[in-house]
Design a protein around this ligand. Sequence first.
Ligand SMILES: Cc1cc2nc3c(=O)[nH]c(=O)nc-3n(C[C@H](O)[C@H](O)[C@H](O)COP(=O)(O)OP(=O)(O)OC[C@H]3O[C@@H](n4cnc5c(N)ncnc54)[C@H](O)[C@@H]3O)c2cc1C
Length: 321
Amino acid sequence: MPETSISPHELAAGSSDIYDIAIMGGGPAGLVATRYCLHAHLSTALVTPELGGKVGYPFVIRGMEPVDSVWGAQFVHECETAVAVSPELKHIREQASHLAHLPDGHFQVRLAGGSSIQARAVIVATGAAAQRLYVAGEKEYWGRGVSFSAVSHAHFFKDRSVAVVGGSQRTLVAALELADIARHVYLILARPQAMQELPAAPLLRRQRNVTPFVSWEVQQIYGDDFVSGISLVGSNGETRQLPVDGVFIQFGLLPNNELVRDLIDLDEGGHIPIDHRCQTSIPGLFAAGDVTNIQSEQVLVAVGEGAKAALSAWQYLVTQH
Ligand SMILES: Cc1cc2nc3c(=O)[nH]c(=O)nc-3n(C[C@H](O)[C@H](O)[C@H](O)COP(=O)(O)OP(=O)(O)OC[C@H]3O[C@@H](n4cnc5c(N)ncnc54)[C@H](O)[C@@H]3O)c2cc1C
């Protein structure tokens, strides 16, 4: 960020009610974007009910020493502290409920409590939520063998047995990744077409340590302190128990896209399409992190995308005045 940044007063053009920028979401992407905007002396509103987002998920399995499994988590916690004590920041501890693009090019953000703010530019960094399986044991063993993120946790399962559950290309890719690391992979697919239609299916069929359970569903995840197995039921009513150390629930993430659904065309997974500068199809509207189509789902990626969105927004703002 250049040192000769434009002051908020210059950018606000005399209006104290309108922020230069409003950032939705206080996860890694939103926090880093906020810090960059504050460095640029933009008048900044951060709208988020909490700080930190999905960064705080611990993960352990049987026999593993608890480790700092999330790269970048410490940096994100530093950002939380910096943002929490910043006197220049307007932190609105609420959900944003609606975003409108006004005829004058500004944005109006309606807040869950009923009030609203305006801003010249907006960064949407509202993240995404893991799609759950909703079976007994899923919540209990979340972070103690149950994972929603193969890219984050597959490497812990060297020479162990795991189950991968889902029905999409994402599920099959996770099973392929794990097949290279784990001793054995049980692939539980409720949808029989998955093993015929999806591009990763032929590769998976060649893996000798992958056992597909097609048209089977998970009934329960069980264990003691950690996951030790899952029980399945087949479409013919047959039941099975499989001993596993981990269960990867790989349905995917649901982007928190409610704010922009009426404003822009989303991709088929509901993500906000952005270009290489985090710009959406609407000038002044930027997005970063898991809510976008970058699809990397890592804290360090979200951090970088948040920085990029802020730099792009800053450039947009300076060239508007
Ligand atoms: C189970 C799980 C484990 C993971 N493990 C790892 C790991 O080990 N390592 C790793 O690098 N990555 C991991 N990830 C991925 C990582 O957590 C995400 O990629 C990262 O947190 C994305 O950051 P984000 O800022 O885009 O979104 P999030 O972290 O999801 O933050 C979104 C923020 O937006 C806020 N928000 C949502 N809706 C609104 C609204 N309407 N108005 C205002 N605020 C709103 C939320 O409260 C939150 O503050 C994991 C993800 C999951 C689900």
